[in-house]
Structure formats: structure tokens, C-alpha cells
Write a protein that binds this ligand. Structure first.
Ligand SMILES: Cc1cc2nc3c(=O)[nH]c(=O)nc-3n(C[C@H](O)[C@H](O)[C@H](O)COP(=O)(O)OP(=O)(O)OC[C@H]3O[C@@H](n4cnc5c(N)ncnc54)[C@H](O)[C@@H]3O)c2cc1C
Length: 456
């Protein structure tokens, strides 16, 4: 019997605990959590009588790890597919359906872009065929490449709203290789962005085992219900309000200093998995894996806030919601009409909506007190959805300070450097949103990878 210590009780840490229990039924598993609840970014509230996610609300089914985990927990019957996924983009000249067949907003051709882009914007996309083949030299910013090859409108109207939604990031800073790996990999052979987007899109379709299945799923009582199910199945000793703030090697394994910094408790471990956000992981690895510190510290985070709202039931424009890029000058960056998107949240007496605010390097959007921020978001949402009855029945604001890691240019090299430094320390692993994908399925996959690596 040995002791496995996980730092962080988010989806990554708890999945690792569960996975460890499946493979090593008799080991002791301790999960250290600095906060006062489990789940990390997974969080649900009660909204108008429903369980309602205020962290992640949809999981990519195409990356199968989340669906597989929910099924392994015996909760497969709670997986729900969206009733609609048709989103629209709000642009200065009105609302337009999001064009189909793009790769995170990068079009594979100029077809279907009329009306969404200006005639000049569409012509710019078409004109890529006349440009010399693209030969990227290493990683580049998504925005830099696309502005040069396809024009500003593709970035500002199409790619920015999608990257803003997934990363709360900016196209002009995010890494092509890290945020669009399939497209980046296809670029040298395709020689054009349009060709690479087509190749990435087709490869994505081919790799989907269940081509007719939903692209996204959720869980009927909230993705935020998974942490408790994982803890129970893992039979883990979860210690809340117990940060790990020191880690050192011992002849037999590791020793962590945990709890109060003034009067730390010492905890021995045979294996350690660190899933804390990058800067905290950097502090923890200072002594055991100094080579990981600088690259980890180079991964910044964007802060954001989610406002959950229940309005009286009323008609709203069809579709799952709206993407709102910065070119609109609006405060909110997205509106999800949850009661239209998810069948289990629809048909009741309330219109359930969530909206998010906050982008990387735009923290000033969040610097209002709670009431002011809620009022501003409700006003934006009521206007965007054209609500006849804009007085909410219930609202909740959840602030996510340092919510989403930014995969900036060079991210993959940073991750490789972290992984190389950690690999020199047998029994130690790092995993989580900072590395190879920040979506819930990617975190689950990384947790499983880490457990496999630790168990050899
Ligand atoms: C508002 C929002 C919406 C999102 N929407 C989606 C979505 O729809 N779909 C999707 O797939 N993904 C979404 N994501 C992304 C996804 O939810 C996260 O990337 C993922 O949940 C991160 O999981 P994690 O376990 O790696 O990290 P975290 O959830 O951040 O967990 C890390 C844990 O470590 C703890 N910790 C930190 N330092 C220490 C320490 N020193 N000692 C002990 N514990 C420590 C923290 O308190 C935290 O609980 C969203 C994220 C946010 C913020």
C-alpha cells in the first residue's frame, strides 16, 4: 500500500483520484484542496428549481474522455445532448447565424460568408488562393496569421468571438499551435489557411466514431455534480482548506507541507500529482523541479465572471445563444439561452440564461461591485434578446478570478519544458487545464495520462 497525494480538487485532481482507485484499490489517496469546496471550476447552483452550471456547462463529446468518465461513474443516463446548437454572432450591423463548417471560426472557404462579412471581407478570403503558399516558421499568433492571409474581418467577426468564448483570450495573442493544433499541423502541406482549415475539419469529422452523435453533451443535474460522484467513487480523503505550500523529496518519496503556512503540517507521499493552476504549481515545484518554474510562470490566466439569470418565461430569438465580439463594444461576451439549448432546462416557467464577462487584459470590465455588474449584464442581455419582461426572477454572479489559462504563442514549448523538468522526478506529475487543453474532457484525459505515467 502506498500513499498518492493529489494537489487540487478540480476535475483533473478528482479524476486522477478516481482513476488511481480503479487501478490501485488498496492505496491511500489524499486530495488537498486550498478552497472550501471540491470541484474547482466545476460549480452548480440552484436556479429557478434547476441545477444550473456556473462553470463549464457543455463538454465536447468528440473528445470521448468526459463521456467515458460519466459512464464509468454509472451516470451515463444523465448525459444530455443539446436541443439546438445554432448560435448567432452579434456584429455592429446586426445579428448573424454563426457560419457552419469553420474550425474555431477559421473558414475552409468563402462560401457561406456573404452577409456575415462585408463584400470586401469575403473578397479578401477568396483572395487567399492568390497568395504565395504559407510556410509558418514555428508558432504564431492566430490573429497575426489570419489577418495577413484572410483579412481583419475574419478575425474580428468570426474567430475572436469563438476564442473569446473558449479561452476568454485574444486572437492576436493566442498560439495557433496550441489552440488550433490540427489546423496548424495541416498548414505546411495545405499551403493555405483555407486548405488547412478544410483538412482539419475533415480530419475532425473522420475521427468522430459516432459521426451522428452530439458534438457537445452536459449532465442533467449539472456538470457540477461530477466532483461529489468522483470523490465518493474514489473513496479519497479530501482535505478542504488545506493548501499544499511546500514539496520536497525524501529518501522514500516526498514530503509536503500543508495547511497553515505559519504552522504547517507535514505529509509524506509516495506519489504526488499537482493540478493547481500554473503559478501555484510553479511555487510548489520550486525545490523539486526548478526547471518547471519559469515555463509555468509564463502561463497567464484570464479572469471572468458568469451571471446566471432566470427571467419569466417568454419568447426569445431561436437558437442556443449569442456570441458577442469586442467590435460591438458590449460588456458581455456571450449569452447562452440555457432553457433553449438544453432540453432538461426548457419548458418550465422560467427563461434560464447565462452570460459571461471578461477577457484577458480587460480586467477593468470586472471592476464593479456585484450589484452594478449584475445590473449591467442583465441590461445587456435584455437588450440583446429583446426581452419583453426584462425583470429577472433570480440572478447569481460567480466571479472566476484567474479562471482560464492563456495558451499564448510558444505555449507548446512551455508545456514541453514543464513536462521535461517534471519527468526527471520519479513519482511526480503535473496535469490540468494549463497544459494540453483547458476543456473538461482534455483535463480528464490529462489526469488519466498522469496516473498512467505515475504507475508506469
Ligand atoms: C466560467 C468557466 C466556464 C467554462 N466553460 C467550460 C465549458 O463549457 N466546457 C469545458 O469543457 N470547459 C469549460 N471551462 C474550462 C474548464 O472548466 C476548466 O479548464 C477545468 O475545469 C479546470 O480543471 P482543473 O482541475 O485543471 O483546474 P481547477 O478547476 O482550477 O482546479 C484546481 C484546484 O486546485 C486548487 N488549488 C490551487 N492551489 C492549491 C494548493 N496550493 N493546494 C491545494 N489546492 C490548490 C484550487 O482551489 C482548485 O480547486 C470553463 C471554465 C470557466 C472558468
Amino acid at each position: 500500500m502506498s500513499r498518492f497525494v493529489v494537489v487540487g480538487a478540480g476535475i483533473t485532481g478528482l479524476t486522477a483520484a478516481f482513476e488511481w482507485r480503479r487501478r490501485r484499490p488498496d492505496d491511500e489517496i489524499v486530495v488537498l484542496e486550498a478552497g472550501d469546496r471540491i470541484g474547482g471550476k466545476l460549480h452548480r447552483i440552484e436556479l429557478a428549481g434547476h441545477w444550473y452550471d456556473t462553470g463549464p456547462e457543455a463538454m465536447l463529446a468528440r473528445v470521448p474522455d468526459a463521456v467515458a468518465l460519466v459512464e464509468a461513474l454509472g451516470l451515463g443516463d444523465r448525459l444530455v445532448a443539446p436541443a439546438t446548437t445554432q448560435a448567432s454572432v452579434v456584429l455592429p450591423d446586426g445579428r448573424h447565424p454563426l457560419p457552419a463548417g469553420t474550425v474555431l471560426g477559421v473558414p475552409a472557404s468563402a462560401e457561406g460568408l456573404e452577409g456575415f462579412l462585408s463584400p470586401d471581407g469575403v473578397a479578401r478570403v477568396r483572395a487567399e488562393a492568390d497568395l504565395p503558399p504559407v510556410r509558418p516558421d514555428g508558432d504564431v499568433a492566430v490573429g497575426a496569421l489570419l489577418r495577413e492571409r484572410l483579412g481583419d474581418e475574419v478575425v474580428d467577426r468570426l474567430v475572436e468571438p469563438l476564442l473569446g468564448g473558449v479561452y476568454a483570450g485574444r486572437a492576436d495573442e493566442l498560439s495557433l499551435q496550441a489552440t488550433m493544433p490540427a489546423l496548424a499541423a495541416s498548414l505546411p502541406a495545405a499551403g493555405s489557411v483555407l486548405g488547412a482549415a478544410a483538412a482539419a475539419r475533415d480530419a475532425g469529422i473522420r475521427s468522430r466514431g459516432d459521426a451522428d452523435g452530439p458534438v457537445f453533451v452536459t449532465v442533467s443535474d449539472g456538470i457540477g455534480s461530477l466532483p461529489a460522484a468522483l470523490v465518493e467513487a474514489a473513496r479519497a480523503d479530501v482535505r478542504l482548506r488545506t493548501p499544499a505550500h511546500g514539496l520536497r523529496r525524501t529518501p522514500g518519496g516526498f514530503q509536503l507541507s500543508i495547511g497553515s503556512a505559519a504552522e504547517p503540517e507535514l505529509l509524506d507521499a509516495d506519489h504526488v500529482l499537482v493540478t493547481a493552476p500554473a503559478l501555484k504549481a510553479a511555487r510548489l515545484l520550486r525545490e523539486v523541479a526548478p526547471g518547471a518554474v519559469e515555463p509555468l510562470a509564463g502561463i497567464p490566466y484570464a479572469s471572468m465572471a458568469v451571471v446566471a439569470m432566470a427571467f419569466p418565461a417568454q419568447d426569445v430569438p431561436a437558437g442556443s445563444g449569442l456570441l458577442v465580439p469586442p467590435v460591438t463594444g458590449r460588456l458581455v461576451k456571450g449569452v447562452t439561452v440555457s432553457s433553449a439549448k438544453w432540453p432538461h432546462l426548457g419548458g418550465g416557467e422560467a427563461l434560464l440564461v447565462r452570460s459571461s464577462v471578461g477577457r484577458f487584459r480587460a480586467e477593468e470590465d470586472l471592476q464593479r461591485d456585484d450589484d452594478e455588474l449584475i445590473a449591467a449584464v442583465v441590461a445587456d442581455v435584455a437588450d440583446l434578446l429583446g426581452l419583453d419582461r426584462p425583470e429577472p426572477l433570480q440572478t447569481a454572479l460567480i466571479r472566476w478570478g484567474g479562471g482560464l489559462p492563456q495558451y499564448l504563442v510558444g505555449h507548446r514549448e512551455r508545456v514541453a519544458a514543464v513536462r521535461a523538468a517534471v519527468a526527471e522526478v520519479p513519482g511526480l506529475e503535473v496535469a490540468g487545464a494549463a497544459f494540453d487543453g483547458l476543456g473538461v474532457p482534455a483535463c480528464i484525459r490529462d489526469a488519466t495520462r498522469a496516473v498512467t505515467a505515475l504507475l508506469g
